[in-house]
Ligand binder design. Structure first.
Ligand code: 5FU
Length: 359
């Protein structure tokens, strides 16, 4: 398929989804096709890891429900802090929630409850075993959310919400913001941060391509690219890495069809290989079950599994032979003696494999 031989810079121009275009630009800019699966056990570790490894990655994958001490406060909580780190380092947040239920339920799980995933995760994913209507349900929820954010931003611009103060932990500011939101539309505590979205309100393609980088504090912004567009994206869980996975070829094909029906919301797939096949498919592929042999050992395509069903392929095999775009690495990085330098090792290997695929 043509996308296998296209540069990420080219795909940044041609991908159907605005967030996918943005992600390809990030990949090109950071020379990275690495996603860290940040499966640590506490919110503190998660934020520290995200800050340290942020420079090497383009996506940070979370499982919010395995993190203890997750702070659900929309303004100052863990989601908001992750969002600030995502802006500072230039990566997207992907909550690996694997939604699977009836449409109405997944809408509620996506937008409401304690975690309010839609507020802080640019990307989430779904298993479509329950039928593809739930993709439409999630897409509708995302559209409604975006309309609400735009409405609230417009209104907050009118009432003059300051754009400079972000994620100040002080209660006073939070109260002021809550009051302001109440003034705006009578709802309380319903969005991550008016200040954040105000900054992102300009159209995605507006020429804000250079921004100064303040390297201190939570309000730093990754230089060289504007902030992520206020869009949300979905990955369809088309194939899994685990041994004995029951997802059939037919199931995977149904994912491809559902993706094509919802190009405005579905960015691509979590899969074990490239699935683009129609001439105008522009989807992105992200692949877990990725590990390098220890330094010094030869890379021969596969690495021993974890004894609990996880199977591992090396970055070069996944990118060059299977044709994936982004490798997802968890324990390979987290359990290393020095995660940031191990992340760099994966980034370099992943990028080299991508260049090799182009050649
Ligand atoms: F969809 C999938 C899959 O097919 N395999 C996975 O391993 C998701 N995962 C996730 O990727 C899994 O839930 C972990 O969060 C992560 C892999 O972590 P590891 O430590 O690199 O094995």
């Amino acid at each position: 398929h043509p996308t296998l031989k296209q540069t990420f810079a080219d795909r940044a121009r041609t991908a159907a989804h605005p967030l996918t275009r943005y992600l390809f630009r990030l990949m090109d800019l950071k020379a990275s096709n690495l996603c860290l699966s940040a499966d640590v056990t506490t919110a503190r570790e998660l934020l520290t890891l995200a800050d340290k490894v942020g420079p090497s990655i383009v996506v940070l994958k979370t499982h919010y429900d395995l993190i203890s001490g997750w702070d659900y406060n929309p303004q100052t909580g863990t989601g908001a802090k992750l969002a600030a780190l995502a802006r500072k380092h230039g990566f997207l947040i992907f909550e690996d929630r694997k939604f699977v239920d009836i449409g109405k339920t997944v809408q509620m799980q996506y937008t409401a409850g304690t975690a309010r995933i839609i507020e802080w995760a640019h990307i989430t994913n779904a298993n479509i075993d329950a039928g593809k209507d739930m993709v439409r349900a999630l897409a509708e929820a995302a559209t409604k959310w975006k309309e609400r954010i735009h409405y609230e931003v417009k209104t907050s611009v009118t009432v003059g919400t300051p754009v400079s103060d972000r994620f100040d932990d002080s209660d006073a500011q939070e109260q002021a913001q809550t009051r302001q939101r109440d003034d705006v539309d009578g709802r309380k505590g319903s969005i991550v941060s008016i200040t954040t979205v105000t900054q992102s309100f300009e159209p995605a393609d507006s020429p804000r391509l250079t921004k100064s980088h303040h390297d201190q504090g939570d309000d730093a912004v990754f230089p060289g690219i504007e902030e992520a567009p206020m869009d949300r994206g979905l990955l369809l869980l088309a194939q899994m890495s685990s041994k004995g996975c029951l997802m059939t070829r037919e199931y995977t094909q149904a994912c491809v069809e559902a993706a094509r029906e919802h190009k405005g919301f579905v960015m691509g797939y979590v899969s074990q290989e490239a699935l683009n096949s129609a001439p105008d498919d522009t989807f992105i592929h992200m692949t877990p079950g990725c590990k390098l042999p220890p330094p010094g050992e030869e890379e021969n395509g596969q690495v021993e599994g974890d004894g609990l069903g996880q199977q591992y392929n090396t970055p070069s095999r996944l990118i060059t032979i299977c044709g994936t775009d982004i490798i997802i690495v968890g324990r390979g990085i987290i359990e290393a003696a020095d995660p940031p330098s191990e992340a760099e090792r994966y980034r370099r290997r992943g990028w080299k494999a991508y260049l090799g695929r182009l050649a």
